[in-house]
Design a binder for this molecule. Structure first.
Ligand code: TYD
Length: 206
């Protein structure tokens, strides 16, 4: 491959992203690829510190724009320090959440609108996913899988917020061809078969 492949996985909290990321990593490694898995917010030392501030359940006074800028700041560091270098080495990067999380959670969920996309276009400087899997599941189901005492600041938001986020994801799925909707209510195996078939297609096209 000329350069690496950038895969992102998106969806509501509790939609089973981590399980699928681990399975996809194994699959690609078994085919001989070098795979880097990472996550947002976080993925770098600086990003993990920003993550702590954003998700701290005691930071109830956080302004929505501060939140959007912190996610974008974490992403800028992640792209520069980790994602771009790995892609330049020809590796496959699988990232748990990326720009679409900001568009869905801050743009739609927090009603900040299109400025979130613009801020993030500065943050990623052209480094966009080749393919994005959107794990589709009723946000109420995902939310019920998370114990209240374990929930972070975002997960503690009302169901209404998570429904707005989900509606946002459905909107952007229509806009961007790189976003592939996956029915996340299927079994782990059914979902992973679907994801693999899309990845095989993308690898063949490369
Ligand atoms: P994370 O801990 O990875 O949650 P999950 O395991 O459910 O994916 O993500 C933390 C939270 O941050 C999650 O509720 C989604 C939210 N988020 C945003 O609001 N905007 C963003 O840009 C990102 C990356 C995450």
């Amino acid at each position: 491959m000329e350069k690496g492949l950038f895969i992102t996985i998106e969806g509501s909290d509790g939609s089973g992203k981590s399980t699928q990321i681990a399975l996809l990593k194994d699959y690609l490694e078994s085919k001989g690829f070098v795979v880097l898995t990472t996550r947002e917010p976080g993925g770098t030392n600086i990003g993990e510190k920003i993550r702590e501030i954003i998700l701290d359940k005691n930071n109830i006074e956080m302004d929505s724009m501060t939140e959007a800028l912190l996610y974008a700041a974490s992403r800028a560091q992640h792209v520069a320090e980790k994602i771009v270098p790995a892609l330049e080495r020809g590796e496959i990067v699988i990232c748990d959440r990326f720009i679409d999380s900001s568009i869905a959670y801050q743009g739609y969920g927090r009603n900040l609108g299109d400025c979130v996309r613009i801020i993030n276009e500065y943050a990623v400087r052209g480094c966009m996913p080749d393919i994005t899997f959107l794990m589709k599941m009723d946000p109420g189901v995902g939310k019920s899988r998370i114990k209240e005492e374990d929930a972070d600041r975002l997960e503690r938001e009302k169901l209404e917020f998570h429904q707005k986020v989900y509606a946002g994801y459905e909107e952007i799925e229509k806009i961007y061809d790189r976003i592939v909707g996956i029915d996340a209510t299927g079994t782990i195996e059914e979902i992973s078969v679907q994801i693999r078939s899309h990845i095989d297609r993308v690898l063949n096209e490369k």
